[in-house]
Design a protein around this ligand. Structure first.
Ligand SMILES: C[S@@+](CC[C@H](N)C(=O)[O-])C[C@H]1O[C@@H](n2cnc3c(N)ncnc32)[C@H](O)[C@@H]1O
Length: 322
């Protein structure tokens, strides 16, 4: 089995230098996909002109944003600066959305630092009358950290807001209903709750327990990406909040999960990242999916043409060097 991982693509200076030569987009540039009308931009989410260029008059019915969380792992700033920065891309999202649209935002709460920035963000959002708060979803990871002296940290938070009155499609999980126990008399007959329901399976509700977080053994894994969201979670959002042919936006593309979900589900994705390396990863992930049907690179990575597999003898000279 091959195992050819990459280090974090935002941190490794030497690797970035090499990869930047192979990036199709530089800052301010846009890639257009002829086949399905997707767009990938190397743009800044806080720049209104850049977002206007990305949208080009189109308006999205759904936004799925996963910004950096103001943790040390990303690029920590003061909480005021972070929230001020969020306000800018929320304003740009508002302008890019249709009158009736949904907006989902992934955000964390740092238990070692006053649980910021999640509550600060929620309070900031109260200032946007045009967005109604709809749900506060928790996605439960299967694996966590810090189990000995605290509750194991296994949650990811997802906020759902709406603008106007967008569609909301009810969805079901693959988890069968197993709890019986409450009854109702319908047409003179006592019926079980399970009998009366429309599906044999439970709905996800606002606690999603059926989604595996991405790790290297999964097909969808994109090595070098440090913050990849599970495709199943994005598929759920896209299916519930948009219809075939709709435009979906994501201002923090990274590994391109929203783009791949849109390609699978027949939506048009307009996505950006301000890092040319992650824009290139995003485009390559779409191309790889179209070519192979695979959603990522289990045990490999998107830049095998640039950084070949050092475990593969074919890539070494007669002295075993790369
Ligand atoms: C948490 S990751 C998103 C992960 C993504 N949901 C996925 O599944 O791969 C955040 C991304 O936002 C990008 N980013 C940070 N600041 C940005 C900005 N001002 N404009 C656009 N992208 C930005 C980073 O380069 C990073 O790739």
């Amino acid at each position: 089995m091959k195992n050819n991982p990459l280090p974090r693509l935002d941190k490794d200076i030497q690797l970035r230098k090499k990869l930047l030569e192979h990036c199709r987009l530089g800052p301010g540039e846009l890639w257009e996909d002829e086949a399905a009308g997707h767009r990938v931009g190397c743009l800044d989410a806080t720049d209104p002109d850049a977002i206007a260029m990305l949208m080009d008059g189109d308006r999205a019915t759904l936004a799925v944003h996963d910004p950096p969380y103001n943790l040390i792992a990303f690029d920590e700033r003061s909480i005021d600066a972070y929230i001020g920065w969020c306000r800018l891309w929320i304003e740009n999202t508002y302008a890019a959305l249709a009158d009736d649209a949904s907006m989902y935002i992934w955000l964390g709460a740092d238990q070692n630092d006053g649980f910021q920035p999640l509550p600060d963000f929620m309070i900031m959002m109260r200032g946007f009358d045009a967005f109604a708060p709809r749900s506060f979803i928790t996605v439960r990871n299967q694996r966590g950290y810090g189990t000995q002296k605290n509750w194991m940290a296994v949650r990811q938070e997802l906020l759902y807001y709406t603008k106007g009155k967008p569609r909301f499609k009810v969805l079901y999980t693959d988890i069968p209903k197993i709890l019986k126990g409450y009854y109702k008399t319908v047409d003179g007959r006592v019926q079980e709750n399970i009998e009366r329901s429309r599906s044999d399976n439970i709905r996800p509700g606002n606690v999603w327990v059926d989604i595996q977080q991405v790790f290297y053994r999964m097909e969808e894994n994109v090595s070098g990406c440090y913050a990849q969201k599970p495709l199943k979670s994005i598929d759920r959002i896209v299916e519930s909040g948009s219809e075939k042919g709709d435009t979906v936006i994501d201002f923090f593309s990274h590994s391109g999960t929203t783009l791949v979900s849109c390609e699978k589900l027949g939506r048009r994705c307009r996505t950006i990242d301000n890092d040319p390396v992650f824009c290139e990863v995003t485009i390559r992930r779409l191309e790889h999916f179209r070519k192979t049907g695979r959603t990522g690179w289990q045990n490999s990575h998107p830049f095998e043409d640039v950084i070949p597999d050092k475990n593969n003898a074919e890539n070494r000279d007669d002295k075993g060097r790369m």
